[in-house]
Ligand binder design. Structure first.
Ligand code: LMR
Length: 334
């Protein structure tokens, strides 16, 4: 009896040790998160915050490894890598999805959003839901919209006050047909280039100017090589945080729930950081004595709006007239 009891206790102890080791030594699930901007940007900071939340709340069962500054991929390659499950998170600007989901160009339409309140209403409402659901079509899962900000123009030729001042200038753009049409409407030449090549393209005269939110302008020092800035705020640059279906479907339900909670909290944090950094980094750019900044008067802004809104009908088919009109309607009262 004594011997049997002893054997039983040893067996139980071995079982407990085996289970404990399996749990504590189970390899964590790694989510590689590739992005192209600096760490001290809204996206860069929120990516790290998301990684922190996921590690804490899954007790290390899931680890998000963040690769900033295009150290793994530029955005196009990141989307392809995501689809093949070589990475599990990406957060490209909405414009970068043009080749896969042209509807995403909605966010590039110039002067579509009256202000950030309008923008968030669209993202958090039915239009945003529709857009996130489109990612299924391409093997991805749209998780959230992340902010950067409204764009300013910068160039190294001369100050730009009115649309006509853009005539003949070469501007770097992201790969979006809307952005192409926008610069063509201004009589300028748009040129698609990856984000990582913008500084040298400006320096070497491949392009004369670019459009960026303040945070990207500051952190990548574009103002050093394109010091004439114009606060047109003509368009918006924001992101879609995406994973892929192969990875997402392989996750147990409990982890999915935890990760979605982390995404929700990281998104709220990201929006706050975007607002703070835009203000702070604008001031830092304007502190440089070489920067010559133009702030538009309300009358000048009206001229820009009138000029650039003329391109909308070109996109009624690819983006959807209904979607554009719904997004405009959601701005009522904001
Ligand atoms: C760009 O290419 O200008 C942006 O997509 C960079 C970014 O991610 O903010």
């Amino acid at each position: 009896m004594g011997i049997r009891k002893g054997i039983l206790s040893v067996a139980v102890a071995l079982f407990v040790v085996a289970v404990f080791s399996a749990v504590s030594f189970a390899k964590p699930i790694i989510m590689k998160f590739s992005h192209v901007v600096a760490v001290n940007t809204p996206k860069g900071e929120a990516a790290n915050y998301l990684a922190k939340l996921v590690k804490e709340r899954t007790h290390g069962r899931v680890i998000v490894k963040v690769y900033p500054n295009a150290m793994l991929y530029d955005d196009r390659a990141a989307i392809e890598a995501l689809q093949m499950n070589a990475i599990q998170l990406a957060c490209p600007a909405s414009a970068k999805f043009t080749g896969w989901l042209p509807e995403l160009q909605l966010f590039d339409l110039p002067y579509l959003f009256k202000n950030t309140k309008h923008l968030h209403k669209v993202m958090d409402g039915p239009v945003g839901k529709k857009i996130l659901s489109l990612f299924k079509r391409k093997g991805m899962v749209g998780l959230a919209f992340w902010d950067n900000g409204f764009k300013v123009l910068s160039n190294n030729k001369h100050p730009i006050v009115l649309p006509k001042d853009c005539k003949g200038l070469k501007f770097r753009i992201m790969s979006s047909k809307v952005l192409e049409a926008q610069f063509k409407a201004l009589g300028a030449s748009p040129q698609v280039l990856p984000f990582s090549e913008v500084y040298s393209a400006l320096e070497q005269g491949v392009v004369d100017g670019c459009e960026n939110p303040w945070s990207n302008l500051y952190t990548k020092k574009f103002y050093e090589v394109a010091p004439y800035t114009t606060e047109t705020y003509h368009g918006y640059l924001g992101y879609v945080l995406v994973t892929n279906q192969i990875f997402w479907n392989s996750l147990p339900k409990d982890l999915k729930k935890i990760i979605l909670g982390c995404v929700k909290d990281a998104t709220a944090y990201e929006r706050e950081e975007a607002a703070k950094l835009t203000k702070k980094q604008r001031a830092l750019v304007l502190k440089d004595p070489k920067v010559k900044d133009v702030v538009l008067t309300p009358a000048q802004r009206k001229i820009w709006e009138k000029k650039l809104r003329t391109i909308y009908p070109q996109f009624y088919k690819t983006i959807g007239k209904d979607l554009i009109e719904e997004a405009i309607r959601e701005g009522q009262g904001t």
